[in-house]
Design a protein around this ligand. Structure first.
Ligand code: ZN
Length: 478
């Protein structure tokens, strides 16, 4: 077997390679393929596998064909799973890998998303269907057990990096076989609990977490940490069943995948887990869709995924038993890595946050706290005024200003006629997050718990986080 460059075939090849414990598909032996075919045939009897067959190959797939008698179903399926053993002397080539193809042409019931048997749409030479070799047929069959069915969509992931592909399909094939075994015993149709994108993002996070753990075990081998690359990933979520086959295609660019890797470092993993858990509670693909919208939706992403932390910090409701919470750092790594926010701007925000935090906790400026957290800032001028007022108080006290003009221009302002930068809101959200996290880490909210309940009395529905939370759930519903 070999990789072909076709995402569906390569998914199956990776699954069979991982199942056999091989590093490369070229290393697979006939014994490995025999073992895979036998396991498949046994587990095809499970309801979980039958559900996947219907999604992948329509109800006309031999094993579940409504008008075939059971012995013939098994016979035809078995012929398909072992077709790679039959050498074929013809000159026709496989459409995927270029090896000698089997003489019969395959259709929608053997290859997902092809035309049906009777449809002759764009068939070369007026002949419909594709010529495919035995091992590519076996690879496509492997999708039954290796491609997760998530929210009624078959999920396939493609990446140019063979190592990452093998890691992902190794996990998916393990889960697929486990579900099919359990389904054989109980008769349940088991499918993955999350949507297609969340399933992919979760699996990638698992792969990078494990690589990080392995690297931590062997600090003397720096190469181990980099062992799994962070290339772009394409996700296909499709259904071939019924009259209207559909496929949704999503792309996670390399910087987003790199951010997933960074998020699995020991420093940031607990924060990531908390973000993901909150998103999953709302919708089973919310987190996946939000990540897949990056980098374009970054402003929305920070508002709806990170800003709820501000409320949690204020209520002192952040669980720390699973590890340190560093929401600001995770957001900052996203902005630097994914949208290229410059380091000097990040540093200016941090400096401003440190001074604002000092105003509140060091100088007891409850006014600054109220203006920042108990008002729902909608216009840039409000931020500007708020900072100017705080600045004046500092200068009267004899302290250096919150930030110089240069810093202000770097973070918020175009520097001409008080025109805000287009992303002033993102910078302000990040400032709020940084200040709230500092105050929380210093125990300030715990010591000033009396201030938080007042928020609801005074601010009513106009409170900052109420706004965020409402906006957030709308985003999750859509
Ligand atoms: Zn082939």
């Amino acid at each position: 077997m070999r990789y072909t460059g076709h995402p569906l075939v390569d998914a199956g090849v990776a699954a069979i390679t991982a199942h056999a414990g091989r590093e490369r598909p070229e290393d697979l032996t006939p014994g490995d393929l025999e073992a895979w075919a036998a396991t498949s045939l046994r587990l095809y009897a499970s309801e979980t596998a039958k559900l996947a067959m219907n999604q992948l190959f329509t109800k006309n797939f031999a094993y579940i064909h409504p008008s075939m008698k059971p012995p013939r179903r098994i016979e035809e399926t078995s012929a398909l799973l072992y077709a790679w053993r039959d050498g074929h002397p013809g000159t026709d080539r496989c459409a995927y890998c270029g090896q000698a193809a089997l003489p019969d042409r395959v259709h929608r019931d053997r290859v997902p998303l092809l035309e049906g048997r009777e449809r002759m749409n764009f068939g070369p030479g007026g002949v419909a269907g594709l010529l495919v070799c035995g091992s590519c047929r076996l690879a496509l069959q492997a999708l039954v057990l290796a491609a997760p069915v998530a929210s009624s969509k078959v999920t396939v992931m493609e990446t140019p990096d063979p190592r990452l592909r093998l890691e992902v399909y190794g996990r998916w094939v393990r889960t697929g076989l486990e579900y099919a075994e359990r389904s054989l015993l109980t008769g349940e149709k088991l499918t993955v609990p999350l949507g297609p994108l969340a399933t992919v993002v979760d699996t990638l996070a698992e792969v990078y977490a494990q690589a990080e753990d392995k690297a931590a075990e062997r600090p003397d081998a720096p190469a181990a940490r980099e062992s799994v690359a962070t290339p772009a990933v394409t996700v296909y979520a499709f259904s071939n069943s019924g009259q209207g086959p559909t496929v949704d295609v999503y792309r996670l660019p390399s910087p987003v995948v790199e951010w997933l890797r960074v998020s699995q470092s020991h420093r940031l993993r607990a924060t990531w887990a908390m973000l993901v858990r909150r998103a999953h509670e709302r919708h089973k693909d919310a987190w996946g869709r939000a990540v897949a919208a990056l980098p374009l939706g970054v402003e929305r992403f920070v508002r709806f995924q990170f800003m709820p932390f501000v409320r949690l910090f204020r209520e002192d409701a952040v669980a720390v038993d699973s590890g340190p919470i560093r929401a600001y750092e995770l957001a900052q790594r996203l902005l630097e890595g994914v949208v290229g926010v410059r380091g000097e701007r990040i540093r200016a925000i941090e400096e401003l946050a440190a001074r604002l935090g000092e105003e509140i906790s060091g100088h007891g400026e409850i006014r600054v706290y109220r203006e920042m957290f108990q008002r729902n800032v909608r216009y840039y001028q409000e931020v500007r005024q708020l900072l100017l007022r705080a600045n004046m108080r500092r200068i009267r006290r004899g302290d250096p200003p919150l930030m110089g003009l240069e810093g202000f221009v770097t973070v918020f302002d175009e520097g001409i006629d008080e025109t805000p930068r287009v992303d002033w809101r993102l910078a302000w959200d990040l400032t709020l997050l940084a200040v709230a996290e500092r105050l929380w880490a210093a125990g300030w909210f715990r010591a000033h718990a009396d201030l938080v309940p007042q928020v609801d009395e005074e601010g009513g529905g106009d409170d900052l986080e109420t706004d965020h939370m409402q906006g957030g759930s709308e985003a999750w519903r859509s």
